[in-house]
Design a protein. Structure first.
Length: 389
C-alpha cells in the first residue's frame, strides 16, 4: 500500500511541476497551443478532404448492385470507359453462374442552362427495374418518376450549376429537354460535374448510341457460384484482350487510384497534412525548449536533491502531454465547426471517429517528439550548477 501511495504522490508531483511550468509564462503557453491547434486543424482539413473525395469518387460503386463489372480493357474509372456495342450483355447471360447482367451508361455530357450557357454533367443511364444503379437519399420524388417523359434526377447541391430551383424545372442535354423529377441530397461528384440520373434508353438516345450500347455491364453472380470462377468464364467468352472483368472492390481501388493519385490530388492533400504536422512540431518544440531553458535552475535543483533523470524527463513529457490534450480539444472543436460548415459545399470535409482518434494520436506523438529537444537540454544539466548560483 505504501508503494502505491508513493507512486501516486510521485505522479501528482510530476503533474504539478509540469502544469506550473506551463502556466508560468502564459504567452508561451498560448503560442504552444496555437501551434498545436493550427497543425491539427490543418491535418484534419487535409485528411477530411481526402476522405470526402474518396467517398464521392466511390459513392456510385458502393451503391452499385454488382459483383462484377464488364468494361473495355484500359478503363481507368467510372467516366473513362468507351461505350461497348451491346452483345456483351447476351454473352454474359449465356455464361454459367451469371444471375443477371445490367447494362449501364456513365459518361460526360453538357447541360444547357435555361438562362444561357452550359455546364458539364455526368449522365448515369440505368434501368432501375432491372436492378441497375438508382439514385439514393431522395428528398423529392421517387425512383419510379424517372420513367416519366424527359425525367431526370439531380442533387440539390448542384441547383445553381444547372440553373434550376426544384421539381419541374427544366434544362437541356444537347437538344433534349430534361425535367427535374427526382431530387437527392449529398450525391456529389469528385469531378464537380453533377450526376444526372435517367433511364438507360434515354441516355442512349441523348448520346446517339446504338440500342444495346453500354459503358459497363453490371453482373450479379448466382447463388452458390464462385465470383472468381464466373469472372474467368466471362473472360474466356468475351476475350481478355478486348474486355476486363473486375470485382467491385477492384474497380473501386482502380478508380480511387486514378482520381486521387494519377491526378496528384490525393498526394497533394497528404503532403499538406504532413507539412502541417512538421510546422506544428517545430512550433511546439521551440516553445517547450524555451520553457525548459527558463527552468533549468529548478531542474538542476531537482537533480541535486536526488531526482533521477527519468523523473525530470517525465515532467517534461507531462508538459507536452498536457499541451497535447488541451490543444487537441480546441482543434477538434474547430475542426468539427469547419466540417459542419462544409457539409453543403461541392467538396465536403469528412470527420470519422477513426480519424478523430488518429488525430489525437498524432497530437500526442507530435508533442512527444517536440519534447526531445528539451529533454536533451535537461540531460546535460550539471547538478553542481545549483551550488554556484
Amino acid at each position: 500500500m505504501s508503494c502505491s501511495l508513493l507512486e501516486n504522490e510521485s505522479r501528482r508531483m510530476i503533474l504539478t511541476l509540469a502544469n506550473r511550468n506551463l502556466v508560468h509564462d502564459r504567452v508561451r503557453l498560448a503560442v504552444t497551443l496555437v501551434g498545436i491547434v493550427f497543425s491539427i486543424v490543418l491535418v484534419a482539413v487535409q485528411l477530411g478532404l481526402y476522405l470526402g473525395a474518396e467517398r464521392m469518387i466511390a459513392a456510385i460503386l458502393d451503391r452499385a448492385p454488382a459483383d462484377l463489372w464488364i468494361m473495355p480493357t484500359g478503363s481507368k474509372s467510372l467516366v473513362d470507359a468507351v461505350p461497348m456495342q451491346g452483345q456483351e450483355k447476351y454473352t454474359a447471360l449465356a455464361t454459367s453462374g451469371v444471375q443477371s447482367a445490367e447494362p449501364t451508361i456513365i459518361t460526360f455530357s453538357d447541360w444547357r442552362i435555361p438562362k444561357g450557357g452550359t455546364t458539364p454533367i455526368v449522365i448515369i443511364g440505368t434501368d432501375p427495374r432491372g436492378g441497375g444503379i438508382v439514385p439514393w437519399n431522395i428528398t423529392h420524388g421517387q425512383v419510379a418518376d424517372l420513367q416519366m417523359p424527359d425525367a431526370v434526377g439531380v442533387d440539390r447541391s448542384y441547383f445553381a450549376d444547372l440553373g434550376v430551383n426544384g421539381l419541374g424545372d427544366t434544362g437541356q442535354i444537347d437538344v433534349y429537354r430534361s425535367k427535374v423529377a427526382v431530387i437527392t441530397e449529398t450525391i456529389r461528384s469528385f469531378t464537380t460535374a453533377p450526376y444526372v440520373f435517367m433511364p438507360l434508353s434515354r441516355a442512349r438516345e441523348i448520346l446517339g448510341l446504338p440500342g444495346d450500347a453500354a459503358s459497363f455491364i453490371l453482373i450479379k453472380v448466382a447463388n452458390g457460384a464462385k465470383i472468381e470462377d464466373v469472372r474467368n468464364r466471362l473472360l474466356d467468352q468475351l476475350g481478355p484482350k478486348t474486355y476486363e472483368v473486375l470485382t467491385t472492390a477492384e474497380f473501386r481501388e482502380r478508380t480511387l487510384d486514378n482520381w486521387l493519385f494519377a491526378t496528384g490530388a490525393g498526394g497533394a492533400l497528404i503532403i499538406g497534412a504532413v507539412l502541417g504536422l512538421l510546422v506544428g512540431t517545430v512550433i511546439v518544440a521551440q516553445t517547450l525548449y524555451a520553457s525548459t531553458k527558463d527552468h533549468l535552475a529548478e531542474f538542476a535543483t531537482l537533480r541535486a536533491l536526488g531526482s533521477t533523470t527519468r523523473y525530470i524527463h517525465k515532467v517534461i513529457l507531462a508538459q507536452a502531454g498536457t499541451s497535447a490534450v488541451i490543444g487537441y480539444a480546441i482543434a477538434l472543436v474547430l475542426s468539427l465547426i469547419i466540417v459542419r460548415s462544409s457539409a453543403d459545399t461541392a467538396m465536403p470535409i469528412v470527420m470519422t471517429p477513426l480519424l478523430a482518434m488518429a488525430l489525437f494520436g498524432l497530437t500526442v506523438i507530435m508533442c512527444a517528439v517536440s519534447a526531445l529537444a528539451a529533454i536533451q537540454k535537461v540531460t546535460r544539466i550539471d547538478p553542481a550548477t545549483v551550488f554556484s548560483r
